[in-house]
Ligand binder design. Structure first.
Ligand code: HEC
Length: 156
């Protein structure tokens, strides 16, 4: 009787121990995951804010703060189909463009100057701002994406 009693206590303890351990493991991995997610979110917010500032200094003159562009001179960026193509955006930002395009039913044919002085990080921040503000992205565009895009720009 007493031996059985002690055996059952021991078994219960082993089971309890296992449960506690797996609960702990779960809690730790949840904490880790949410820390990772918030670090990633913080980075996206940082890119967005930096991108906003760079947009204001380098782009808003022509495309305006609200991204609506100006008359027949500068195309609107909010609603532009280029917002889904990060590689294209990176190339346009860095190298400018000289083409004739139709945006929102209007024709634009003035050249846009490039920004050769911007670093890949700065280009990534501007792309992030554009796609998070007026596109459908909820996270930032990485420097790696921009670096590989810039290595493959078509001559514009
Ligand atoms: C001096 C005025 C000017 C500045 C500054 C300027 N742009 Fe432009 N942008 C233009 C013009 C003009 C076009 C149309 C070019 C063409 O028709 O070839 C254009 C086109 C674009 C396009 C293509 C739009 C589409 O729908 O295809 C994007 C994207 C763009 N600009 C983003 C930017 C960003 C981002 C910046 C800042 C880094 C910037 N531009 C700075 C004048 C400017």
């Amino acid at each position: 009787m007493s031996r059985r009693f002690w055996m059952s206590i021991k078994n219960n303890c082993i089971v309890l121990n296992k449960i506690i351990r797996s609960v702990c493991a779960l809690l730790i991995s949840m904490a880790f995951l949410s820390a990772c997610q918030s670090a990633e979110k913080l980075k996206s917010e940082q890119y967005f804010v930096e991108g906003y500032q760079l947009y204001t200094t380098n782009c808003a003159n022509c495309h305006q703060n609200n991204g609506e562009g100006m008359a027949n001179l500068y195309p609107p960026l909010n609603g532009s189909s280029s917002l889904t193509d990060k590689a294209l955006l990176a190339c346009i930002i860095k190298n400018g463009m000289k083409d004739t395009i139709m945006v929102a039913g209007k024709k634009f044919s003035r050249p846009m100057p490039g920004n050769p002085k911007l670093t890949d990080l700065e280009v990534a921040e501007i792309v992030s701002y554009l796609t998070m503000k007026w596109g459908k992205d909820s996270t930032h565009t990485t420097i790696e994406t921009v670096t590989s895009a810039l290595a493959n720009c078509k001559k514009q």
